[in-house]
Write a protein that binds this ligand. Sequence first.
Ligand code: RIB
Length: 294
Amino acid sequence: MKVLNIGSMNLDYVYSVDHIVLPGETQSTDGMSTFLGGKGMNQSMALAKAGVEVYHGGMIGEDGQAFLDACKEYGVHADYIRKVEGKTGHTIIQIDKNAQNCILLFAGANNKLTEEYVDEVLSHFEAGDILLLQNEVNMLPYIVEQAFEKGMQIALNPSPFNDKLNEVDMKKVSIFLLNEVEGGQITGLTEPEEVITKMLEMYPHAKIVLTLGKDGAIYAEGQLRYQQPIFKVDAVDTTAAGDTFTGYFLAGLIDGMEIPDILRMSAKASSIAVTRKGAVPSIPYRSEVEESLN
Ligand code: RIB
């Protein structure tokens, strides 16, 4: 069984600010750093650092070489990443003094996927292989159709949630990994238990992993429920905390671990990530996670 992640790669321009800038306000920043990120790449890195062999697909622009170098460094297969004309995706991220962030996203090359490209990448995978997706690249409805047709298992992190997702046939998704905001946007409900019940009504065969910020995470499948509290830490940057959770959760499933153990490992991994700056560089290795759990 192989794991493919077709997802975004963004250069994250991260600004430290006193508070998230207000409408009409000009604010000087306390510093700026550039990190590799993008929900797609962050999740591939989390999978790789958790010990999973993962193939990443997606597009970078002429300024995106650093992603190929990082894939080599961290052991993510990069053969299906294509370099196209124009700019790599980027974000402008503000992080305030309470580690709260906000993200402005420019899709760039992430929106340049084509049917031919998707067909070519998927031709290397078969029934039973896992496909991980987020909502920061184009062609999602087509990717889901084609992968389902092949019999791949589809894991979807519907983030960021927007109208584009309405075109995706979510009945073809085997596992949803989402936060409470996205859960609310999909179901129109706010209470976590109601969100889960509604999602299981809408997608009865799916597994649901709902993260709840400071309230931890819930796993649901049919009547089964497991809850996991957070590990309390002093956060400096919450960027990629959810991506770390997603990558580690899938890694645990692939390893055949019990759900409560997977939840614990994923919560620990993301608690470590938030104590470090940046997206890709903040994601811990499995050995650090396990050491910290013992
Ligand atoms: O989930 C965090 C990621 O979201 C950042 O790395 C940024 O690139 C945005 O895509």
